[in-house]
Design a protein around this ligand. Structure first.
Ligand code: NZQ
Ligand code: ZN
Length: 386
């Protein structure tokens, strides 16, 4: 196992009715900016619950955060936070609203010229307004991690930044608030979680057996409950609760400690989203099978471990096992009604060049933390997915 430093101070308030316990975790006398998206919280009771617990606090709201949040949309909220001397941000929504809160939290006290530098130049966050979250879409893990991904319409970029200072002080995970999710967002949640685990598992073994077994248990669980959740007529509390906790665990640093990670699927996926507006998880369902095909030789040991331990493939021939594992992974995404080819979305081979150009602009030596993939490999990764 490689050396690591683990730090995760996020308080999780898990279960039915936990929104009610938020006031105990808000600083006394704080001025709250309440952030949300396009209004789903007004249809599922979250808005009323949060409004009730904010009674007695000084608060203002900022709504309309779009999926894949845009810098241009968020700068008015940064201005508002500065003008009103906001000292706490409460985000109620999915990864987009939470990532937006993280950006506003770091951007408002930023003393440089333009807060976009936090992403474009990876300027270190020196100060941030504390945030808390009410998660409504289990998928990204943003509720318990130090990442935020923001897009900029004018430059066609979708970039991440990270800091311990933007980790939420608390996150409410009430599975009941996920009951209003449409089927395709549930599928997105299952796939995003699955791919997060894969990108921390399907690389190179380093004798990190705790992380390996933990990753495998999450993958097995997602295969088991994912289709049931997506295709169920009625929501089942326990399945939703387990998906919610699995999604959080998949990207809260537990799995990445001491192992070799990848993230190329995510980085290529982010480019597909900014270019074509595809949902985040949809891009992952397209890219991962192509990436698996491309790394099948260099990551053979892990491929076989995945085939055996997750998919129960025990054939004698290595190549047949790996081919079957890739096929079954792609089938799994399709079984959630998420097509996995670019052509399914009307996207052709011109996408590959655009993605390569965007990635080159970032000046990255490698597109994988495992240092086994560069921009020159994107074409071969995406070819099978055309
Ligand atoms: O706009 P609202 O009203 O919130 O509606 C949202 C949105 O339309 C809706 N929704 C959320 N909860 C709902 C609901 N509808 C009904 N009932 C509910 N309970 O779902 C739609 C999608 O929401 P969004 O927040 O965009 O989805 P998701 O959670 O998948 O977040 C995606 C964003 O997170 C980033 C992605 O790149 C993307 O920008 N990621 C963030 C990461 C992180 N911070 O660690 C890691 C991820 O890999 C990912 O990159
Ligand atoms: Zn993701």
């Amino acid at each position: 196992m490689n050396n690591f430093e683990f730090y995760n101070p996020v308080r999780i308030l898990f279960g039915k009715g936990q929104i009610a316990s938020i006031p105990a975790h808000l600083p006394d006398g704080c001025k709250v900016l309440w952030l949300y998206g396009s209004g789903s919280i007004k249809k599922n009771g979250v808005y009323e619950q949060v409004k009730e617990i904010l009674e007695g606090f000084d608060w203002i709201e900022f709504s309309g955060v779009r999926p894949n949040p845009m810098y241009e949309d968020l700068m008015p909220a940064v201005k508002l936070a500065r003008e009103k001397c906001i000292d706490f941000i409460l985000a109620t929504g999915g990864g987009s609203v939470i990532d937006a809160a993280k950006f506003i939290a770091a951007a408002a006290p930023y003393t440089g010229e333009d807060p976009w530098e936090l992403l474009s130049d990876q300027v270190e966050v020196k100060q941030a307004i504390p945030i808390g979250t009410v998660l409504t879409l289990p998928a990204t893990g943003s509720e318990m991690n130090w990442n935020s991904v923001i897009s900029r319409e004018s430059t066609g970029q979708k970039l991440p930044f990270r800091s311990h200072l933007i980790m939420p002080r608390f996150s409410v995970l009430d599975p009941e608030v996920t009951f209003s999710l449409p089927k395709h967002q549930l599928a997105n949640g299952v796939i995003d979680t699955y791919v997060h685990v894969m990108e921390q598992y399907l690389t190179y073994p380093v004798h990190a057996w705790v992380q390996d077994r933990f990753a495998e248990s999450l993958l097995q669980l997602l295969k088991e409950i994912g289709p049931k959740i997506v295709h169920a007529e009625e929501p089942d509390y326990d399945r939703r609760a387990n998906l919610m906790w699995a999604a959080t665990q998949a990207l809260n640093s537990n799995l990445s400690m001491g192992v070799v990670t990848d993230w190329a699927t995510h980085w290529i996926g982010h480019e597909l989203t900014i270019l074509y507006g595809l949902d985040h998880a949809v891009t992952l369902a397209i890219v991962l099978p192509g990436l698996m095909r491309y790394v099948r030789e260099m990551r053979q040991e892990r491929m076989l471990q995945y085939a055996e331990n997750i998919l129960g493939i025990h054939t004698l021939d290595t190549q047949t096992s790996i081919e079957e594992a890739i096929w079954q992974t792609e089938q799994f995404f399709q079984s959630l009604d998420v097509p996995t080819k670019l052509s399914d979305y009307g996207i052709g081979r011109e996408a590959i060049e655009k993605i390569e150009d965007n990635m080159r602009r970032r000046g990255l030596e490698y597109i994988s933390q495992a240092k086994d993939l560069t921009v020159n490999d994107i074409n071969a990764i995406l070819q099978p997915q055309l």
